[in-house]
Write a protein that binds this ligand. Sequence first.
Ligand SMILES: Cc1ncc(COP(=O)(O)O)c(C=O)c1O
Length: 488
Amino acid sequence: MNNQHKEETGLDPTNWEEVRQLGYRMIDDMVAYLKTAGDRPVWSPIPDDVKDTYSEPLPQLPGNIGAIYEEFKQNIFPFSTGNTHPRFFAWVQGGGTSFGALADFMASVMNSNVAIGDHSALYIENQVLGWCKQMFNYPETASGILVSGASIANITALIVARNAASERIKLEGLAGVDSKLVAYCSAETHNCIAKAIEVIGIGSEQLRKIPVDGKYRIDIDALQLQIEQDTQDGFQPFCIVGNAGTVNTGAIDDLNALLHIAREKHVWFHVDGAFGSLAKLVPAYADQLQAIEEADSIAFDLHKWLYMPYEVGCVLFRNAAQHRAAFAAPANYLLAHERGIAGGPESFSNYGMELSRGFKALKVWMSFKENGLQKYSTMIAQNIAQAQYLGSLIEENCQLELLAPVTLNIVCYRYCRQGMSEQELDMLNKELLMRMQERGIAAPSFTLLHGRYTIRVAITNHRTRLSDMDIMVASSVEIGDEIFNERG
Ligand SMILES: Cc1ncc(COP(=O)(O)O)c(C=O)c1O
């Protein structure tokens, strides 16, 4: 061995025993953390001195892994958003599971790039896509891909829908269509749809946000009128987006009616089912969500209402050829071989934008095996029952006002006292929400409904129990009274 060889170095540890011991400690910490998730405040503000550590400069020299882990435990670990806690109800965030976390750890150990090649991870992603198709009764010939979340799942679907509007778009871009393309969704649709429509070159003016009815569902008559008007005006309708669970209130659009209109007008029918589509697993919701089975595409998250750790979403397409046509691009260095590592299943890069892709499918595979579909159905039904219980407690309480019907897992309400103006109520409820979060009691989030500040509880949480709903009501009244009395 010459001197040059001796000077070579690597990143594997010189002391594997140290890694083993640290790994054991990490597992112990994980178990303690998740086992006692409900014993801590839901959320704690990050102290300024801790925030200061976040701007430390780029390390130039090696550090000790034990010391680095201690730093993590002190400055990072305690200051999560709180979505592992039973009373975390903000936005729509799942709580994750211990086995899911271990799966992610092993996926990192394998360090698979799930794009190309004859290796297990590609087969497992295909397997879990098959399971997802089964959940929504999609045909075996359908295609799909795992992505980071519903935002990317939705844009992936809209790209395919746009390209399906004209064969010329792939080559010529939007210059390839004679009329301006227009898409339709309700005014309650998540903003990722508007973002997608902008990013894929359609332009947000060509996204028609149709008004909703009293239950926050798309107004079907208004939609039909708008499509007729647009057609008369020379636009080309290309896509209807239906909601299976709106982000604000959990409303489910009349998906059957939307499917019918889409078929009649020969336009793409996409469902944003980020969380609500999973209620299809609950028999009481199967009919309302039946039309998903016929949709051209469906976007949903596994990190929301299937409680898997971040991040993993999915998009499915009824027509695999159209899905592939939108993303497949020839490259000499990606050619499939008959044998060897470049053999195996078709590259996922033909079905999405990413070429480098992590092994998200492993936590999905392990979690489905750990729990089975029936357990997920039970958990989702339990969350819906909790939302209904909270809704009934609010209705019974004269100091609280329900601001939207509880149709799924979202409860919108506010603290209310007679004689207060809308503006005063907005300010009081905002303050109530912030105090509830700062005291670590619970973490609902907020929205505006008809311009009114609304406390919003979205339950996609497998750690939540009915008693947490009692706490929500008691603390809302207590903090509301406290702020009311402070007014003098
Ligand atoms: C209805 C709906 N669609 C899309 C999204 C975006 O999902 P993600 O945050 O996984 O990108 C959300 C997020 O809450 C949602 O509720």
